[in-house]
Write a protein that binds this ligand. Structure first.
Ligand SMILES: [Fe+2]
Length: 323
């Protein structure tokens, strides 16, 4: 399995995280590196997949329930894997695979388990020995992560629990219930994990860390905004680096993606949304400062266009999505 959100270095190297279900010690989470295409002196061309290698491996803590991953975080010097208590039940997964049932039903939410942050040094794939945890939450998307003053800052769009994965059914999207509308509410939250020995104890902030009796560092989050936000994007030039603005949509009734928002991570303020009903079938270019519409593309389709979540835009000369 691989996540839907790989990261790309400025030189074009792609990193993705994938779960392996086989192995002597049980399932593992792996970071896979895909270097850019290169030509050897003899003229032979090696593409990214020819050169792919596993650069880090982390064992799953729940052997029969490796956790569901949709994204991971990367800074200049670290990969961060957030192991959350939504496990993919291996027995159910196999049973449902062969009986043709929905694989989403094979996921088990473990409400009493904490979230674990696995911090891996990029230079040698070494997993930091310090254990980092947080009170339970669920997330699909990482907004960004970066290092500052010996801390690793990790920003995620967090749900209170994993209910959302068993609510995104067509019937609920078409006729949203209160349960559904509650389940899709994600808030941008910031966590700080100390890369060194000093804990995060900045005054006047909820974003701090404490060490429990077992030596585990407990990371206490801070909301980046009091408002909801999902499907986060940033200016990708700042990926892994200190940044200020995150963009997304406000998850409201019926998964209507028609209201965009912008979060200022410095002031924790959210800019007002740009309302664009039915924008799923439009391509709109907005000024990121003002949300003023700069260009609008409309097109006819030969049939129904399904509601989609993800997309990458790249210039036609780009081999990979870089910025
Ligand atoms: Fe996604």
């Amino acid at each position: 399995m691989a996540t839907a959100h790989p990261h790309v270095d400025p030189d074009g190297t792609v990193y993705n995280m994938g779960t392996s279900f086989t192995g002597n010690k049980g399932p593992t989470y792996n970071i896979i590196k895909f270097p850019p295409k290169k030509t050897l002196p003899d003229g032979k061309v090696l593409n990214s997949f020819d050169q792919a290698s596993i650069v880090a491996t982390v064992p799953c803590q729940w052997k029969m329930r490796p956790c569901y991953f949709h994204a991971f975080s990367m800074t200049d010097n670290y990969f961060i894997l957030v192991e959350q208590p939504l496990g993919v039940s291996v027995p159910k997964f196999l049973l449902y695979h062969f009986s043709g049932r929905a694989l989403a039903k094979a996921m088990d939410w473990m409400p009493n388990e904490k979230v674990k942050f696995h911090v891996i040094r990029r230079s040698d794939g070494h997993l930091l020995e310090t254990k980092f945890e947080a009170d339970t939450f669920f997330f699909f998307h990482s907004i960004n992560a970066y290092e500052e003053d010996g801390q690793i800052v990790i920003d995620l769009c967090c749900f209170d629990d994993g209910a959302v994965v068993n609510q995104i059914w067509l019937e609920n999207i078409t006729n949203p219930t209160e349960t559904f509308n509650k389940a899709i509410q994600a808030t941008p939250r910031r966590f700080k994990a100390p890369a060194g020995t000093n804990l995060v104890t900045l005054p006047g902030t909820k974003c701090r860390s404490t060490r429990d009796a077992k030596g585990v560092v407990q990371c206490h989050s801070q909301d980046l905004s009091q408002d909801l936000m999902e499907m986060p994007r940033i200016n990708y030039r700042f990926n892994g680096k200190k940044y200020r603005y995150g963009y997304g949509f406000i998850p409201t009734k019926g998964l209507n993606c028609g209201t965009l928002c912008k979060v200022d991570a410095e002031t924790e303020r959210r800019s007002s949304g740009q309302k664009m009903p039915n924008f799923q079938v439009r391509m709109v270019v907005l000024d990121a400062k003002t949300f003023q519409q700069k260009a609008l593309v409309t097109f006819k389709t030969p049939g129904i266009v399904t509601k989609d979540f993800h997309g990458f835009f790249a210039r036609d000369c780009d081999e990979v999505h870089r910025l």
